[in-house]
Design a protein around this ligand. Structure first.
Ligand SMILES: *[C@@H]1O[C@H](CO)[C@@H](O)[C@H](O)[C@H]1NC(C)=O
Ligand SMILES: *[C@@H]1O[C@H](CO)[C@@H](O)[C@H](O)[C@H]1NC(C)=O
Ligand SMILES: *[C@@H]1O[C@H](CO)[C@@H](O)[C@H](O)[C@H]1NC(C)=O
Ligand SMILES: *[C@@H]1O[C@H](CO)[C@@H](O)[C@H](O)[C@H]1NC(C)=O
Ligand SMILES: *[C@@H]1O[C@H](CO)[C@@H](O)[C@H](O)[C@H]1NC(C)=O
Ligand SMILES: *[C@@H]1O[C@H](CO)[C@@H](O)[C@H](O)[C@H]1NC(C)=O
Ligand SMILES: *[C@@H]1O[C@H](CO)[C@@H](O)[C@H](O)[C@H]1NC(C)=O
Ligand SMILES: *[C@@H]1O[C@H](CO)[C@@H](O)[C@H](O)[C@H]1NC(C)=O
Length: 447
């Protein structure tokens, strides 16, 4: 005790004398009264290996701070794996304090106080600690964990973490906004592991776009130390493998995480550690080891904005994030937020019959492109020219889609939904746009 006190005092003196020395605490159990302040130097409590940190991290250059857990040795991007209070941002000077009741976060601007997560108020807590697994725990004197961040996952799971029935991962809204987005991964009480779109801004499940065949058998999702992610039954037998790393990706050589990304894809990522048997070649980065569903763009076909937003086109990429692009004649509603979708760049066609505007419009032809559902007319069998003319003469028609082999024609209005540009799609889209603008846009065709 005396030693601890002296140690703490020395430490305090060091901090007072060398304020720039460090703000990340060397590893120790976090004791009552400890606190962190949101400031520009990532103040945090570290795990013994210093591979994980719990603390405030600034989001964006002049945004607020997220109270989060992150990979601390991956620089410059300290990848966030968990965040408090549904991804809320806090102003500079906000604090998180460990009291007998749990962890309180105090916002410097509003003065509001709240627990870092539901149910962090637990009885008999003796200390808290950031563990080397990435789990942040509150434990009692017998070192039994009374609360752990692993039981309240946000969008990511880590090796040694399990999901139980009823656990839900929510995708972040975007790569820089950690509030709940448009997708969830749900280990349901019926045993099935399901990816859903949500009816954003509410967070209820909407449309299931991927699931494991484990109704009646699924009990837990386990991410083990060898980098396998699988569903087990109540006896621990594997009933479905979600991901097996294609690299010999043990946790010793690779950092690993599985994240439900903001584009709705659940990706298992690996990142080579700097030492050990791994030969370093060039810049290290997170790479995708496996992902579900196989093609997010073609997996979703229902109400809602999908991965790219209304009027937009989705293109799948095996390695990178899903590509969203506006068709010609359309531009992003918000360049910083592509999920808001695209808007027409031109004044819509007049429906006044005395001055039909058909001659002011042209079609931009896009093969392998479809916006399934949301059709308001269907004609079959008809020729392509007939289909186009029918759309041209119709002020409601924004796009005609045609399937040559079937002489099949659909007309669609605004907003266009579930748009995809994918080689597996037999449909050709004819996008209607005003002449002057389309001449300009013809120069940079989407391909
Ligand atoms: C943290 O506290 C537990 C329980 O009191 C103790 O067993 C452990 O050694 C402590 N760890 C450190 C690094 O102080
Ligand atoms: C860090 O993140 C930014 C923005 O997401 C990205 O452009 C950059 O490539 C990342 N750097 C590394 C080393 O991963
Ligand atoms: C997070 O959001 C949910 C609603 O989606 C709410 O019930 C819960 O209280 C929020 N959690 C915190 C810690 O604010
Ligand atoms: C710690 O928690 C466990 C589980 O709730 C309990 O059995 C044990 O008695 C507690 N230990 C102390 C010292 O309170
Ligand atoms: C994050 O996205 C949510 C949902 O669109 C929005 O309400 C919130 O303002 C965004 N936060 C920031 C910091 O942009
Ligand atoms: C992880 O799971 C795989 C597949 O079930 C198994 O072969 C491997 O031995 C497991 N690794 C550990 C460390 O449990
Ligand atoms: C689990 O094990 C018990 C006892 O061995 C057996 O009765 C039961 O059928 C098993 N359940 C499953 C889902 O395999
Ligand atoms: C690599 O780092 C880990 C922990 O960071 C350590 O346990 C291991 O001994 C290191 N290996 C080598 C070859 O330096």
């Amino acid at each position: 005790m005396a030693f601890e006190l002296t140690y703490s005092l020395c430490f305090l003196l060091i901090l007072l004398h060398l304020p720039l020395f460090t703000t990340s605490q060397p590893y120790q159990n976090i004791s009552f009264g400890s606190s962190l302040v949101a400031q520009d130097d990532d103040s945090a409590w570290l795990s013994p290996s210093e591979e994980f940190a719990f603390g405030f991290q600034r989001i964006g250059n002049d945004g607020g701070f997220l109270l989060a857990i992150w990979f601390n040795k991956i620089i410059p991007n300290k990848t966030i794996v968990w965040s408090a209070i549904n991804g809320s941002l806090f102003q500079k000077g906000s604090t998180v304090e460990f009291t007998g009741d749990g962890f309180f976060i105090k916002d410097s601007e509003t003065g509001s106080q709240q627990f870092i997560s539901e149910k962090t108020a637990v009885n008999g807590v003796a200390y808290a600690a950031m563990l080397d697994t990435g789990n942040f725990v509150l434990a009692n004197r017998s070192s039994i964990n009374l609360w752990e961040s692993f039981h309240y996952p946000t969008n990511t799971i880590l090796p040694t973490q399990t999901l139980s029935q009823g656990n839900v991962l929510y995708a972040a809204y975007s790569e820089t906004n950690y509030s709940k987005g448009r997708f969830q991964l749900n280990l349901q009480f019926d045993g099935n592991l399901v990816l859903y779109t949500t009816n954003f801004p509410l967070d209820a499940p909407y449309y299931a776009y991927w699931s494991t065949p484990t109704v009646g058998s699924g009990f837990q999702v386990i991410f083990n130390m060898s980098g396998y992610i699988f569903v087990t039954d109540i006896n621990g037998s594997v009933v479905y493998t979600v991901s097996e790393s294609d690299k010999i990706a043990s946790v010793k050589d690779y950092y690993q995480r599985a994240t439900l990304d903001s584009d709705g894809v659940f990706r298992h990522y690996v990142y080579p550690k700097s030492n050990g048997s791994i030969v370093e070649t060039g810049t290290r980065a997170w790479s995708t080891s496996s992902f579900q569903p196989p093609n997010i763009c073609t997996a979703i076909a229902d109400k809602g904005a999908g991965p790219c937003g209304f009027n937009s086109l989705c293109k799948h990429d095996d390695q990178g994030p899903t590509i969203c692009q506006c068709p010609q004649g359309y531009t992003s509603i918000d360049r910083n937020d592509e999920r808001k979708g695209c808007k027409q760049n031109f004044i819509p066609q007049s429906c006044d019959e005395s001055s039909p505007e058909s001659h002011h419009f042209v079609f931009i032809e896009m093969p392998y492109t479809d916006w399934p559902n949301g059709d308001y007319e269907h004609f079959q069998p008809v020729e392509e020219d007939w289909c186009k003319k029918s759309c041209m003469d119709d002020c409601f028609c924004a796009v005609a889609i045609y399937y040559n082999d079937r002489h099949d024609c659909y007309k669609k209005g605004i907003p266009l939904s579930n748009g995809r540009n994918d080689n597996s799609t037999p449909w050709t889209s004819f996008i209607k746009a005003r002449v002057i603008l389309s001449k300009f846009y013809l120069r940079n065709r989407f391909d």
